[in-house]
Write a protein of this length. Sequence first.
Length: 282
Amino acid sequence: MLFSQKIGKKPIKIDIQIDSMDDDLRIALWNKLHVYIWEGIGNKYLSSTYYEDFIKCIWMDFFKYPLDKLDDWFPATFQIIKNWFFECQWYEVYDFIEFIVRIKTISAFNKEAFILECNKALEREISGYRLISDTICPITDNNEIKGIEDALRDSDKTIYKGVHTHLSTALSMLTDRKSPDYRNSIKESISAVESISKIISGDTKADLTKALKLIEDKVYIHPALKMGFTKIYGYTSDESGIRHAMFEEKDITFADAKYMLVSCSAFISYLIDKANKANLFL
């Protein structure tokens, strides 16, 4: 995150790749294809490998090219595929990957390992999609991103400085492509909710559960929302050692941290809107 973004001079970019694909992500997916398919063919004639039907399937059914234009010498065919891959639209890359994992004509292709490695690349490069079985599925959408952006905008006021800092830090940890920190992103997200609750309740020493009870004396909170966030707080609090157990888990993922950030952002905007309508900070 840039310094100007941290101090609120420039808007924070929600850098989850949904309607685009940067070079790092495209190259990462190409490298998975190279390791699991292209290297297995090598500098050979297709007719002398187990991959002949596989490449024919791609050539005819994906590219819709005439079969008589397919060069049996794989390096020539490989260059055509590579040129297309690095020039096509971002969504066509996903079409291609999806098509690849649906081909059933090759026994040498370890589909399960390929899917696993592709998903690692998608997560590392903060893609908004994952391979689930043989289908590319969205794991986030523009509404979720707007919710985070709204919360950052709503909290960008002096009185909510701590809230804004927690949210910004949670986002930065979530979308850091070099070293994402999902565990601490979750902590920052829930800390942002705790911070806004303390501000509105007027009790800076209250925990979230107590602060929400105090807030009810000032603004109406739907019981289901209150209960939901009380339970989330319980899940991430020190009560009964749950926090220790949760954050010792090895399988905390992008999806976990993103869910917490989106949920907490929505609740923060909700509480700020309630406080504004009740004229609490005029």
